[in-house]
Design a protein around this ligand. Structure first.
Ligand code: PLP
Length: 481
C-alpha cells in the first residue's frame, strides 16, 4: 500500500483505516499500561547527547506512508531514550507532575474528537464543561462565586492575561492607542520569571517591574512594597498591579496576600495571585492560613498540570472581572459572529488564542475519579514525605535547611566549612547534585537563595513513596564530601 489515506467514497476503505487504528491502539494501551507499571525501573533522565536524536532521524519526511508498527517500533527504539520521565517516582526536580490514568484516558478521547471551542456553537461541551470543572476547582480554592475561570496552556500565559487585565483597567484606551509608558508592576524578588516576561510581552517593559525585597523567609515585605509604590507615585509613574505568590518557585515561600490585597485596594491596583504549584493545597484546612486574602484578588492562577495529577497542559486562570478581560481581548470578525444568548460563553472572547482545546475534559475526569478525599490524601502524603525529608536534613550536621517547608518542597545545602570560600562551598554543593543525578533513579534540581547554590527536592508525583525519598536521601548522604 503506497499510503493509508482512506478513500472518502468508500465505506470499506474508511473502515479499514479505522480498523488499522484499532489494532495499534490496543497495542498502545498495552504499552502505556506496561510503561506505567515499569516506570520505576526506567531511567528518570534521558542521557542522550544534544543533537543525537536529530542526527539519528531522517532529515526528510517519508514519501510513502509507513505502518503503525514501524512508527511505534521507532518510538520505542529512538524516541523513548530521549524522553526525561516526568512520571517517574524519582522525578523530584522543578515541580513534579503526574500523568494520572483518568487524564490519559480523557486525553485519548480529546484527541479522538478534536473538537475546538472557538465560540459556544463550535462546541458547547468545551464552553460549558470548562465552566463546570473550573467551578468545582474554584470552590476548592476558596474563591467567591463571581470568579470566572478559563483554561490556558501555562501559568506564564495566565499571568500574562492578568497583566493584560491590569493594563486594561488602568488604561482602557490602550486597546486602541497602544500603551503609554509608566505603568508599573510590583512583584517579589522571588516571583517566577513569568511575571517579568508577561510584563515584557504586554508592553510594561522590564524597567517597570519592581522586584520587592523579601524577608528572611523569602516573603514579600509589605512595607517595602508600600515604599516602592509611593516612590513611583512621587516620581510621576503609575502603579498598576501587584503579583503575589503562594508557593514561590525556589523555596515555596508564601507572600502576605492579605496585606498585598489591602495595598492593592488602597492604591487601586490589580492584584494577581500566582499559586501555580501550591493552589490545590487550599483544599486542606491545615494549609488554609497560607491562602488568607486570596478571595480579595482580582485574578488567580493555579496549574492542575503541576500538583493536581493533570497532564500538560492545563493552567486555570480565574478573574472576578471577566468583563475587563473581555473588554481587553474580544475582537469578533464576521465569520465568528455567534449566539448572543448570555449563557452561551464564547471562550475566544477571554484570551489571546482563538482555538480552544477541550482540556476541561481531563480535569473533569481527574476530579471525578479521585474526588476531593483522594486529592486531599494525595497532597497530604506529599507534605508528610517532605516533612520527613526535612527532618533528616535537620538531623545531619553536614547539611543546613535553607527555607521552611510549607508544602512539599525542601531546600537544603551542605554547610560552608571553615576556611572554605562561598564559591568553593557552592561548587561542593553543585558536585553533590551532579553525583546524585548520575543515578538513573533520582532527579533533583537546584536554585539560588540568598545568592547561594541550593539543592531542591520537590515531591509531586502520584507514584512517589517513602522508598523514593529514602533513596534520594541515601544518595545525597553518599555524595556528601
Ligand atoms: C510559581 C510559578 N509560577 C509560574 C510558573 C510557570 O509555569 P508554566 O510552565 O505553567 O508557565 C512556575 C513554574 O514552575 C511557577 O513555579
Amino acid at each position: 500500500m503506497p499510503h493509508h489515506l482512506p478513500d472518502p467514497q468508500s465505506e470499506a476503505a474508511w473502515e479499514s483505516y479505522v480498523e488499522d487504528f484499532r489494532r495499534s491502539a490496543h497495542d498502545s494501551v498495552e504499552w502505556i499500561a506496561q510503561y506505567l507499571i515499569n516506570i520505576r525501573h526506567m531511567p528518570v533522565q534521558s542521557r542522550i547527547r544534544p543533537g543525537q536524536l536529530v542526527d539519528a532521524l531522517p532529515a526528510e519526511a517519508p514519501n510513502h506512508g509507513e505502518s503503525f508498527s514501524a512508527i511505534l517500533s521507532d518510538f520505542q527504539r529512538q524516541i523513548l531514550p530521549a524522553v526525561t520521565q516526568w512520571n517517574h517516582p524519582g522525578f523530584m526536580a522543578y515541580f513534579g507532575t503526574s500523568a494520572s490514568t483518568p487524564g490519559i484516558l480523557a486525553e485519548m478521547l480529546i484527541a479522538a474528537m478534536n473538537t475546538n471551542g472557538l465560540h459556544w456553537q463550535t462546541s458547547p461541551a468545551v464552553a460549558e464543561l470548562e465552566q463546570v470543572a473550573l467551578g468545582w476547582l474554584r470552590q476548592w480554592l476558596g474563591l467567591p462565586k463571581e470568579f470566572f475561570g478559563i483554561i490556558y496552556d501555562t501559568a506564564s500565559t495566565s499571568t500574562m492575561h492578568a497583566l493584560i487585565c491590569a493594563r486594561e483597567k488602568a488604561e482602557p484606551q490602550s486597546r486602541q492607542d497602544g500603551m503609554r509608558a509608566g505603568l508599573v508592576i510590583y512583584t517579589s524578588e522571588q516571583a517566577h520569571s513569568s511575571v517579568e516576561k508577561g510584563a515584557m510581552a504586554v508592553g510594561f517593559g522590564q524597567n517597570h517591574v519592581r522586584k520587592v525585597p523579601t524577608d528572611a523567609l523569602f516573603r514579600m515585605k509589605p512595607d517595602a512594597l508600600r515604599a516602592l509604590i509611593e516612590a513611583d507615585l512621587n516620581a510621576g509613574l503609575r502603579p498598576c498591579a501587584i503579583v503575589a505568590t503562594i508557593g514561590t518557585t525556589s523555596s515555596t515561600s508564601v507572600d502576605p496576600v492579605a496585606e498585598c490585597a489591602a495595598l492593592a485596594e488602597e492604591f487601586k491596583l490589580w492584584l494577581h495571585v500566582d499559586c501555580a504549584y501550591a493552589g490545590p493545597c487550599a483544599l486542606l484546612p491545615e494549609c488554609a492560613h497560607h491562602f488568607k486574602g486570596i478571595e480579595r484578588a482580582d485574578s488567580v492562577v493555579t496549574n492542575p498540570h503541576k500538583w493536581l495529577m493533570t497532564q500538560m497542559d492545563c493552567s486555570t486562570f480565574y478573574t472576578r472581572h471577566p468583563q475587563i478581560l473581555r473588554q481587553a481581548l474580544s475582537l469578533v470578525p464576521e465569520y465568528l459572529r455567534a449566539s448572543e444568548d448570555p449563557r452561551a460563553v464564547h471562550l475566544m472572547d477571554y484570551g489571546v488564542p482563538l482555538g480552544h482545546r477541550f482540556r476541561s475534559l481531563k480535569l473533569w475526569f481527574i476530579l471525578r475519579y479521585f474526588g476531593r478525599d483522594g486529592v486531599m490524601e494525595f497532597l497530604r502524603r506529599h507534605i508528610a514525605l517532605a516533612q520527613k525529608f526535612a527532618a533528616w536534613v535537620d538531623a545531619d550536621k553536614r547539611f543546613e535547611r535553607v527555607a521552611p517547608v510549607p508544602f512539599s518542597t525542601v531546600c537544603f545545602r551542605l554547610r560552608q566549612r571553615q576556611g572554605e570560600s562561598r564559591e568553593q562551598s557552592d561548587e561542593r554543593n553543585k558536585r553533590l547534585l551532579e553525583k546524585v543525578n548520575q543515578s538513573p533513579k533520582i532527579f533533583l534540581s537546584h536554585t539560588a537563595l540568598n545568592g547561594r547554590y541550593v539543592i531542591r527536592i520537590a515531591i509531586g508525583n502520584i507514584a512517589t513513596g517513602e522508598q523514593d525519598i529514602e533513596l534520594a536521601w541515601k544518595l545525597v548522604q553518599e555524595a556528601a564530601e
